[in-house]
Design a protein around this ligand. Structure first.
Ligand code: PMP
Ligand code: GLN
Length: 381
């Protein structure tokens, strides 16, 4: 049989490649972003409770009401905005599905989507499957700042969507209020949707405030924001997330969601709804992860690896130019094989290689894991 791939240039994701290499070489995996500690015991008990309490049939299509209500209460508390749980929230199978559903719902063949590179690796294939055309704006090491005038110049009559990500994977940068205001001005009165990837909303450091599109009432009317319980509650394997947007966009999002998955896993939704009743379960995250960031950075301070201090996410970039001329993919493999620490190169997040000598390390690990990784990395140079 002859099949024609819709993604002929697609390769196995760098996360899978590096995790497989880490397993093969018994390396400490600071590559793929996931914690090596378990999620909260109370949350696991809630999941078990609801699983054993016959909460095993379909939920309402946009998600369990109690969970949507708990999400809306969280938004009121953290962003001071009132979100209607019936109309503006849809629970999804992780942020990846939310991103895919949003792109599928709004991007028509031939329409353009502006992405900010380095960009999370699911954006381009999702845009291409919708027949859309990704247009990359390159953010430059070490600041990865965005010149919004250049973004404005990229906008034309075919532009349907702009995808932003704050806190940003892989760079660990965050957008500030003036960035969001500039974006609000660019899309004002245009048929452009802002897809805002905010999966690391609670992983933000040094006292900074997460600038969600939800905080900007005018911008919000043109936006869909996506979130991940995997990141917030150390449970990446559950693939639970949600999308938030104004009714006129959410109706169309749900129109696609119902044919995509209809609804997602039921008993986990009951458990998450209850776990969200305690705000400390997410408000303590910045301090928790900031300590890990500082531990890793301090442990490596006498090595030639130069950190770019992470402002958010659980990733920290390191420049290795003082150590090697290898390109980043090769260097990440060398570290995994020879030093016993797996890392993620940045090139797969770009459509055009930059030549930057920068790798990403994940610090969502137990302190003892970070300590052993740091000890191995200290051998460098
Ligand atoms: N967006 C970004 C920026 C990510 O880093 C990830 C990976 N967690 C996702 C989306 C996907 O999240 P999920 O695992 O909930 O699908
Ligand atoms: N978001 C995770 C990361 O950036 C990986 C998710 C995945 O493996 N698809 O490392």
């Amino acid at each position: 049989m002859q099949i024609t791939s819709k993604l002929p240039k697609s390769e196995i994701t760098i996360f899978t490649v590096m995790s497989a290499l880490a397993t093969k070489h018994k390396a400490i995996n600071l590559g793929q972003g996931f914690p090596d500690f378990d999620c909260d015991e109370g949350l696991r008990n809630l999941v078990a409770k609801y699983l054993n309490d016959a909460k095993n049939q379909y939920c309402p299509m946009p998600g369990l009401f109690d969970l949507r209500k708990a999400i809306s209460d969280k938004i009121q508390l953290t962003a001071g905005q009132s979100i209607n749980p019936n109309e503006e929230i849809c629970v999804t199978a992780g942020a990846t599905q939310a991103l895919f559903t949003a792109i599928t719902a709004f991007v028509h063949p031939g329409e353009e989507v502006i992405i900010l590179e380095p960009a999370y690796d699911s954006y381009i294939p999702s845009i291409q499957l919708a027949g859309g055309i990704p247009r990359g704006y390159q953010m430059v090491y070490p600041d990865y700042a965005i010149d919004w005038n250049e973004i404005e110049n990229m906008v034309n009559e075919k532009t349907r969507m702009i995808i932003i990500n704050t806190p940003h994977n892989p760079t660990g940068t965050i957008l500030n209020k003036t960035d969001l205001e500039a974006l609000e001005n660019i899309v004002a009165d245009k048929d452009i949707i802002v897809l805002s990837d905010e999966v690391y909303e609670h992983l933000i450091y040094d006292g900074a405030t997460h600038q969600s599109v939800i905080r900007f009432p005018k911008l919000y009317q043109q936006s869909l924001a996506v979130f991940s319980f995997g990141k917030t509650f150390h449970s990446t394997g559950w693939k639970m997330g949600y999308a938030v947007g104004p009714k006129h966009l959410m109706d169309e999002f749900k129109n696609v969601h119902q044919w995509n998955v209809f609804c997602v896993n039921s008993f986990t939704q009951y458990a998450l709804a209850e776990h969200l009743q305690t705000p400390a379960n997410y408000t303590t995250l910045p301090a928790f992860f900031e300590q890990k960031r500082d531990f890793l950075t301090n442990s490596l301070k006498d090595t030639p690896l130069i950190p770019k201090l992470s402002q958010g996410t659980f990733f920290q970039l390191f420049n290795y130019a003082a150590l090697s001329d290898m390109e980043d993919g090769e260097f990440a493999k060398y570290l995994t094989r020879e030093i016993g620490v797996a890392a993620i190169p940045l090139t797969p997040f770009y459509s055009k290689p930059t030549g930057d000598k920068v790798i990403r390390l994940c610090f969502a690990k137990k302190e003892e894991t970070l300590a052993v990784a740091a000890e191995r990395l200290t051998k460098l140079g």
